[in-house]
Design a protein around this ligand. Structure first.
Ligand code: SF4
Length: 59
């Protein structure tokens, strides 16, 4: 990343998670609201770039 920003992440079920560093190895991610922007709770913000590491095949 050009500005040396890091994405720290502990979601170990994601394909992009680096276990030893607890970091994301993507250059950038997209954060999405779930289920929408009206809950006003912290968990409405989720990683939209998540990809499960347990599925080998694309649909
Ligand atoms: S894509 Fe999202 S969930 Fe996956 S390692 Fe990166 S920040 Fe974490």
């Amino acid at each position: 990343m050009g500005n040396n920003q890091k994405i720290n992440c502990t979601v170990c079920s994601c394909e992009f998670h680096e276990g030893e560093k607890n970091q994301c190895n993507l250059e950038q991610i997209t954060v999405k609201p779930y289920p929408d922007c009206n809950t006003q709770n912290p968990d409405e913000s989720v990683c939209g770039s998540y990809k499960c590491c347990f599925t080998d095949e694309e649909e």
